[in-house]
Design a protein around this ligand. Structure first.
Ligand code: I6G
Length: 671
């Protein structure tokens, strides 16, 4: 496995974990910025290695891959995404690149719009008649949500006036704050679960299986771009495009303005940021688009984003609230994670009730006590974080947070190893929380991928004593499954069929599924490549395991210990007897190159080759590609219009190479 492939796997593993923590457990582990950083690195690697892009990569998810309930639709023209700018300087860089490419000395006219925090859709009209609506999906193929879209009043079923033979119109479905509050009030009155934020409520509404439910949800749309367009002439500016939309009876955002140059963009941004709270809907930034269509065409696009537009995001939102309590959740490997239970508070348009506190050290460091006023931060659609407490506002009687001596789930002793931040329940398989988490992990998509074996089903099976180890899964009888709550014969048969399908797997997946401590997808892949067969790995000594790239003494001890335990051996043997199998082969040699150990960041436009080509060549020689510049970066290769990364490299004193330096690297030299 190449270095790039291993890193891609490691990033996906981390992102999948963070997604799970955030979306499934509502118990995030890292701040948004860290999540964004991982995602950026993964995107850069995938851009440099298109062969590593897989449909299940988190970069491909966007608004989720098409579910089973909705048909897939291919967009006539792909739905692009936008590059993000966070700082003013990023906008300055964007504008400079635009002017350089257009060879324009004059200021460029931009069309500026609020960026709604909703869901992108594409509505197709033929001869003016509504034909279908699709979600963005992976940009090429989305889900057909036509039946639900038809229920949204701001999507006309027929365009007014003359319309082209075919036109796809892109926009954002959103739920205004007022509607969101009303919906949640109704849900609260009915004792139902509340929606976290308007965006999630809108997404849930659009993906309802019953359009009658969607119809009752207060959804609206603003349109902002065109996709496929056949017949008639396309307007020659973004502004005129929006006017054409209005003429057809399509809503466009009334806050849209034409602005001149970067100064105009930034002034628009500041003015809108100041009024953000008084808008009727949630926005997470503004979008600047080069106004002239001819200029847009001249600028073109890179990978999946136009060069003529950028999303300037608002900074993370913060809010104050009270820490009501801290509870400890038990994870798969027994780690106790403290979770802050908060007085509900709106942050960046979402109601936040939980935030992670990571571990006891973090609690100490932040000096957090129950009853404290705390700062909660949240950016865009990602993970809320407890930033700090305000000790100056500490009420009398604020309680210190103590690590429980026993596991809150099974009552076993809690141990905290010297030099380890994490505290763990020592109950192992006795602890039902660990058992459930292990089984969830075993069945999860990136492990054995047992469809339908979700959290609720596993909870029931464990609670009823029908399931204790992964080996029990394959001995479940359809009759027993059918007797469970919310199951029935058909679902039971589906689960049994999914179990049967999952039996054919790969060695890396199987090793990952076992849930050996600290063995994620990347390590599982390295172990599989190094040993080739399970038998060879099982028979390996700690020293032999240590020879695997990226495996240190701690992981080696965990792996060795896992296979030495008779109970684990028995589970594996039972799994194999049930028919779980994979292809085995000879060990795969790892490519070692002259640039092994170097991390290189590429930025700007290169004259001699594309960045992708340069990245491939560097990786083929053993270098790692970095997505951002840090102290660990070995070199930054800067092309002609390098921006913030070059600046960062200069700040950190990282060696910066031009194309002749790159050529040296590619000859295997280290300039
Ligand atoms: O995601 C988006 C939000 C808003 C957009 C967008 C937009 O214009 C106001 N425009 C384009 C061209 C794209 N995404 C690709």
């Amino acid at each position: 496995m190449s270095t790039a492939a291993a890193r891609v796997a490691a990033l996906r593993e981390q992102l999948a974990r963070h997604d799970y923590r955030y979306y499934v457990l509502d118990d995030p582990e890292v701040p948004d910025a860290e999540y964004d950083r991982l995602m950026l690195e993964l995107r850069a690697l995938e851009a440099a290695h298109p062969e590593l892009v897989s449909a299940d990569s988190p970069t491909q998810r966007v608004s989720g891959k098409p579910g089973t309930e909705f048909d897939e639709v291919r967009h006539g023209v792909p739905m692009l995404s936008l590059d993000n700018a966070f700082a003013d300087d990023d906008v300055v860089d964007f504008d400079r690149r635009v002017r350089e490419r257009l060879k324009s000395t004059a200021e460029v006219e931009y069309c500026a719009e609020p960026k709604l925090d909703g869901l992108a859709i594409s509505v197709r009209y033929e001869r003016g008649e509504f034909v279908s609506t699709a979600t963005r999906g992976d940009g090429t193929t989305g889900e057909d949500v036509s039946a639900n879209a038809r229920t949204i009043r701001s999507i006309p079923l027929r365009l007014r006036g003359d319309a082209p033979a075919t036109v796809e119109i892109r926009g954002e479905v959103y739920m205004p704050f007022a509607g969101f509050r009303r919906l949640n009030a109704e849900a609260a009155a009915a004792g139902e679960k509340l929606f976290v934020n308007p965006r999630n409520a809108a997404a849930g509404a659009l993906r309802q299986l019953d359009p009658a439910v969607t119809a009752k949800r207060p959804l609206a749309v603003y349109f902002y771009a065109a996709g496929e367009w056949r017949g008639g002439t396309e307007p020659d500016t973004q502004r005129r495009l929006l006017e054409q939309f209005n003429a057809w009876g399509l809503r466009t955002n009334p806050e849209t303005r034409l602005v001149m140059g970067v100064a105009g963009c930034l002034a628009y941004y500041r003015a809108l940021a100041a009024r953000r709270e008084s808008l009727a809907y949630q926005i997470d930034g503004v979008v600047y688009k080069v106004n002239r269509r001819a200029d847009q065409d001249a600028l073109g696009q890179v990978s999946r984003a136009p060069r003529w537009a950028v999303a300037h995001k608002f900074p993370a939102d913060e809010a104050l609230t009270t820490l009501r309590d801290v509870e400890f959740q038990v994870g798969r490997t027994g780690v106790l994670t403290p979770v802050a239970r908060l007085e509900p508070v709106m942050v960046g348009g979402a109601t936040v009730t939980n935030a992670t506190l990571h571990n006891m050290d973090e609690i100490e460091r932040k000096d957090v006590r129950i009853g404290d006023t705390v700062v909660i931060r949240r950016a865009g659609d990602v993970i809320p974080e407890l930033v700090r407490s305000l000790p100056e506002r500490r009420p009398r009687g604020a309680k210190r947070i103590v690590l429980p001596a026993t596991c809150p789930v099974c009552g076993s002793a809690v141990a905290r190893e010297e030099d380890e931040a994490a505290a763990r329940c020592t109950g192992g398989f006795v602890c039902s929380a660990q058992r459930k988490e292990s089984l969830r992990h075993f069945a999860s998509r990136r492990a054995l991928d047992i469809e339908g074996m979700g959290e609720k089903l596993i909870d029931q099976l464990v609670d009823r004593g029908m399931l204790a180890t992964p080996a029990d899964l394959f001995e479940l009888k359809p009759e027993a499954l059918a007797a469970l709550e919310r199951m029935g014969e058909k679902s039971a048969d589906n689960v049994v069929a999914a179990l049967e399908r999952s039996k054919h797997t790969t060695l890396p997946r199987f090793l990952y599924a076992l849930g050996i401590r600290d063995v994620g997808e990347a390590t599982a892949a390295s172990l599989a490549a190094h040993f080739g067969t399970l038998g060879a790995l099982r028979a390996a000594s700690v020293e032999q395991i240590l020879e695997v790239p990226d495996v240190g003494p701690i992981i080696a001890a965990h792996v060795h210990g896992f296979f030495a335990a008779p109970a684990n051996r028995e589970v594996i043997e039972r799994l194999q007897r049930s028919g779980v199998h994979w292809n085995e082969g000879p060990p795969v040699a790892r490519a070692v190159g002259p640039l092994d150990g170097l991390t290189v960041v590429l930025t700007g436009t290169l004259a001699s080759m594309t960045r992708e080509q340069a990245g491939d060549a560097l990786q083929a020689m053993g270098a790692k590609l970095g997505a951002s510049v840090s102290k660990r970066t070995s070199y930054v290769v800067a092309g002609s219009d390098a921006g913030s990364k070059l600046k960062r490299a200069q700040e950190l004193g990282i060696p910066v190479l031009d194309e002749s330096g790159l050529a040296q690297l590619l000859r295997g030299e280290r300039p």
